[in-house]
Design a binder for this molecule. Structure first.
Ligand SMILES: NC(=O)c1ccc[n+]([C@@H]2O[C@H](COP(=O)([O-])OP(=O)(O)OC[C@H]3O[C@@H](n4cnc5c(N)ncnc54)[C@H](O)[C@@H]3O)[C@@H](O)[C@H]2O)c1
Length: 407
């Protein structure tokens, strides 16, 4: 999607909306980026915004080194307009992503939003159409993509021939307390979006259908299901198998999970924390750390390998660069929505004990988005999408009807 760029020779002025635990991280990240200026902090809880401005409770910021004079407010978009911000960073809770983003885009403010794109797929589709209508950039920060090992693994996969199977194993035992221990489908909704998004990036593939089973071991300290086995068929017929648990103490995996990719010429392994390894037919292999078998890769390292901007610092750097250059960033709203679709489809497959087809989920959400949309032009844009899959892939209108998943 083409979007408005910002040509100015000064750092971009950003307002961070939402000063909760993740918002604090974003505030520090904006402060550290030399191409950004923190222009204000908003939170419906004004004390949270004030505390974040002064650095109260921030372990990184010694007392007295914050910015008590920094503008704060309860409405992020109004604050951004008052201080002449160039864009906003939305770190509010998922249910607020839709109203905050619509208001910002309509005010002519590009948005860098935390995942998930919105609370529902229907809202997400409306946000993509609102971005088209306003011509403003809406990028979703999927921070785990900004990891040099993920780029290296993608590179190694390209040497494996035809990819057949991708496997992620995720076993951890965090004691979060609070809302996570009470919510439904906690692992799939709160955590699995990260590997689901990563697999789309690694394979340049999208989901076609899914089966899933969730369960909760007797010893689990979560009310909702803390473990899940999910099997996706991706475009190209690739199988993606995810096995995860949030209540499995002992031999815990990385927060990124443990990955195996199997192709026609070999396999790649990634333990989630260190460099991935590949064992490709015809290439001498040895043993790498963590028991992984290492081979040789063919491609040159991409620029991301050496980038200091990992995690949310990487998202921020790419957002700023996109606003300057007009180049579509990773996580542009259209591109990101399928990651949320994978979560919703997996939950549906588990609760209905059936194979769920992604196009059915998309079509249902598309109908709901058109029905719920109050802005006539946004509704018209949504209604013009003859294929949601095609619209999300950024295909021109005439090509959309032909876009059918091969899986
Ligand atoms: N990328 C990651 O690894 C990662 C990790 C944790 C959280 N997140 C995401 O970050 C977002 C925030 O999560 P969190 O853990 O910081 O939540 P949180 O509850 O700690 O903080 C949210 C803050 O937003 C404020 N808020 C709510 N609605 C608002 C509105 N309309 N305007 C202004 N402020 C508003 C709340 O008062 C609160 O201070 C969520 O979308 C979550 O999924 C991402």
């Amino acid at each position: 999607m083409k979007f408005r760029t910002i040509a100015c020779g000064r750092p971009l002025k950003l307002v961070v909306i939402g000063a909760g635990s993740m918002g604090r991280g974003w505030i520090d990240t904006v402060r550290r980026n030399p191409d950004c200026e923190l222009a204000g902090i908003a939170d419906i809880n004004l004390d949270a915004a004030r505390d974040a401005a002064t650095g109260t409770g921030s372990p990184d910021l010694p007392a007295g080194t914050g910015a008590p004079e920094l503008p704060v407010g309860t409405d992020g978009v109004e604050l951004a307009q008052q201080v002449g911000a160039d864009a906003v960073v939305d770190v509010t809770i998922p249910s607020q992503h839709y109203p905050v983003t619509v208001k910002a885009l309509e005010a002519g403010l590009p948005v860098l939003g935390e995942k998930p794109v919105a609370a529902t797929i229907a809202e997400s589709l409306s946000l993509a159409a609102t971005a088209e209508r306003t011509g403003e950039l809406f990028m979703v920060s999927q921070s785990r993509r900004y990891n040099p090992h993920v780029f290296a693994l993608k590179d190694k996969i390209s040497a494996l021939g035809d990819t057949g199977i991708v496997n992620t194993q995720f076993y951890k035992a965090p004691r979060f307390g609070g809302f996570r221990e009470e919510m439904d489908h906690v692992l799939l909704i709160d955590m699995a979006i990260h590997p689901f998004d990563t697999v789309r990036f690694l394979l340049d593939a999208d989901p076609v259908s899914v089966t899933a089973e969730e369960f909760n071991p007797a010893w689990s300290w979560y009310r909702g299901s803390a473990t899940a086995s999910v099997s996706f068929t991706m475009t190209g017929g690739i199988k993606y198998l995810y096995q995860g648990s949030w209540c499995s103490p002992g031999f815990e995996t990385s927060w990124n999970g443990q990955w195996r990719v199997s192709g026609s010429n070999g396999s790649a392994l990634w333990d989630g924390d260190n460099d991935p390894a590949a064992d490709v037919a015809g290439v001498d292999s040895g043993t790498a750390g963590n028991g992984a078998v290492s081979g040789t890769t063919v491609a040159e390292p991409a620029s991301m390998y050496d980038s200091p901007n990992v995690s949310i610092a990487g998202s921020l750097a790419q957002f700023v660069s996109a606003l300057r250059s007009g180049e579509t960033p990773l996580g542009e709203v259209h591109e990101n929505i399928m990651s949320l679709v994978m979560v919703e489809a997996a939950v549906r497959a588990s609760t209905t004990d059936s194979r769920v087809y992604i196009d059915d989920v998309l079509d249902e959400a598309h109908r709901a988005a058109i029905e719920q949309e109050s802005h006539p032009e946004t509704r018209e844009i949504l209604a013009s999408w003859t294929s949601v899959r095609g619209a999300l892939a950024g295909l021109p209108q005439q090509a959309r009807a032909r876009e059918a998943p091969a899986g």
